[in-house]
Design a protein around this ligand. Structure first.
Ligand code: XUL
Length: 529
């Protein structure tokens, strides 16, 4: 019998699965279903329900449950040897919250395989929809909690991050303030990750330290619920939160529902789930401090493992628990690939043309600098969007294309300073990582080799690897993380982009000028406070 482990990823737009065989070190199955396309009856757009208020973004939790049924059905139909799976874990979009009433625990314990998950779970919600990470409607609550905790620095020191609109605590506070009776009817609050884990385990699941840190409710040092944060958020919150747990905790055997219906092994173990970013740390093999990932997608993220807890006292970045038991750092940019797209479109280019333009201007762009805040930005916090050009002719396509990429990369160098981690290897993922000109700028600005890594599903892979690790721990082993991930997380062969020493010196100077320009722009009112 093969030793298989299943990792699921409940993301904003889809549910994905990866099955790994730890003996052959191979991925034996990858599958995915998109919510909009497969579960059309929920009427989601990109997995979300939009409200007349553009700041409010929710998703239906029943849709996530139904997706589990569909994906397990798909795996069974495709002949995945589900009976050989020893343990299951998962990854969830971070921060989103699910509100359960007093019928939930019982319904989870008695999932009836003669019915589907929707029929089993329809009556268990005290709030029909779940606010997700794209919801930014809680500025007032952020301010209230931040003030109660003693300001930006104190909030970051205590919870790992300043209060952010998408974080769960401010979202819970808004629910309590605006729908008090429904809040009172809430017996248990779950994250997307712990909700999905609860279904698989047939009981209310703990929240792991990785996803727990994305709530503004956990003490980042002690990794316990923080009484002051709970009190600043909503009454009786402690009683509504599940326990916190290490990321390798086994909740118990999988619910008999999945055994009867899909042929899972009755002894298969259900682990706690974590957030997608903590899972990606594992799925990308970022076990050593200094190995960082840059994900160049719709938004850009820069993250990596951190052995000691250091927080960003300016409140731009976040610290979460890493599934290794260490910490992880994250900075998340709103103006990622969409900002490049705006510049690209301004000059009527396609991506190839954008790349050609970057190469047509010299590194350092002759001193031309762009501050690319098309949308409100998180890093640095900018609430008045705007494009600022210095020594840069708006008509010069080449200089503007290079300027935006240099700006994004210089910003990463400047705003990752609080992590006190000089990167030794950067793994680039996401759509933008196919552009070699972008990777060269990154290598030169960061003075660090950049490798491409092909991971469309780093979060699901990380979850599968976490399942393998948790199962080994449960069986008395002490698996070292580098051994757990070995063979699964190698960069694309020959993809290394090396820094060029001459260009590195050019950027050392330009970074200082960029930081100064940024300060000027923030000082003149673009900033957040
Ligand atoms: C991280 C964040 C996003 C979501 C996306 O803080 O909000 O990366 O986790 O799923």
């Amino acid at each position: 019998m093969a030793r298989l482990f299943l990792g699921l990823d409940s993301s904003t737009q889809s549910l994905s699965a990866i099955v790994i065989d730890t003996d052959t070190r191979r991925i034996v199955y990858e599958g995915s279903l998109g919510f909009d396309k497969t579960l059309t009856h929920y009427g989601t757009r990109n997995g979300t329900l939009r409200s007349p208020d553009p700041l409010v973004v929710h998703s239906p939790p029943l849709m996530w449950a139904e997706a589990l049924d569909v994906l397990f059905g798909q795996m069974k139909k495709e002949g995945v040897p589900l009976g050989d799976i020893l343990a299951i874990s998962g990854s969830g979009q971070q921060h989103g919250s699910v509100y359960l009433n007093d019928r939930a625990a019982d319904a989870l314990a008695k999932l009836n395989p003669a019915k589907n998950l929707v029929e089993n779970l329809r009556g268990v919600f005290s709030r029909a929809t779940s606010p997700i990470w794209m919801d930014s409607s809680t500025s007032a609550e952020c301010a209230e909690i931040r003030e109660a905790l003693g300001g930006v620095k104190a909030t970051a020191q205590q919870t790992g991050s300043d209060t952010f609109e998408r974080f769960t605590g401010p979202q819970i506070r808004k629910f309590y303030k605006t729908e008090t009776a429904s809040y009172d009817n809430t017996k248990s609050i779950a994250l997307v990750s712990s909700f999905m884990a609860s279904i698989l385990a047939g009981k209310i699941a703990p929240i792991d330290h990785g996803d727990g840190a994305g709530m503004n409710l956990m003490n980042i040092q002690s990794k316990t619920w923080h009484p002051d944060a709970l009190e600043a958020t909503a009454p009786n919150l402690n009683a509504k939160l599940p326990p916190l747990a290490e990321s390798w905790k086994i909740i118990g055997k999988v619910s008999p529902y999945f055994v009867t219906k899909y042929g899972l092994n009755p002894d298969a173990q259900a682990l706690v789930w974590s957030g997608d970013n903590p899972c990606s740390v594992i799925g990308l093999g970022l076990i050593e401090e200094g190995n960082v990932a840059v994900s160049l997608g719709t938004s850009y993220t820069y993250f990596g493992c951190m052995k000691q807890c250091r927080v960003d006292e300016r409140g731009e970045g976040s610290v979460f628990g890493a599934p290794t038991g260490d910490y992880m750092t994250l900075i998340c940019y709103t103006n990622g690939s969409l900002a490049c797209e705006r510049i690209r479109d301004q000059y009527g280019l396609d991506w190839k043309g954008f790349n050609r333009m970057i190469l047509a201007s010299p590194p350092g762009n002759n001193g031309g600098i762009l501050l690319p805040w098309f949308e409100p930005e998180i890093v640095p916090r900018v609430n008045k969007p705007g494009i600022h050009r210095f020594n840069l002719d708006p008509k010069d396509a080449a200089a503007n294309c290079r300027a935006i990429v240099e700006a994004q990369t210089m910003s990463m160098r400047i705003h990752s300073g609080w992590m006190q981690i000089k990167p030794t290897r950067i793994y680039a993922t996401g759509g933008g990582s196919v552009d070699s000109a972008i990777l060269q700028i990154m290598a030169d600005v960061m003075n660090c080799p950049v490798f491409r890594i092909e991971v469309s599903k780093s979060a699901a892979l990380g979850a599968a690897l976490r399942a393998a690790h948790g199962w080994l721990v449960h069986n008395g082993d002490k698996p070292a993380w580098p051994e757990v991930v070995a063979g699964f997380t190698d960069p694309i062969p020959n993809s290394e982009v090396k820094p060029n020493p001459t260009t590195v010196r050019v950027y050392d100077k330009l970074v200082e000028q960029y930081a100064q320009r940024e300060q000027e722009a923030l000082g003149s009112g673009a900033g957040w406070r």
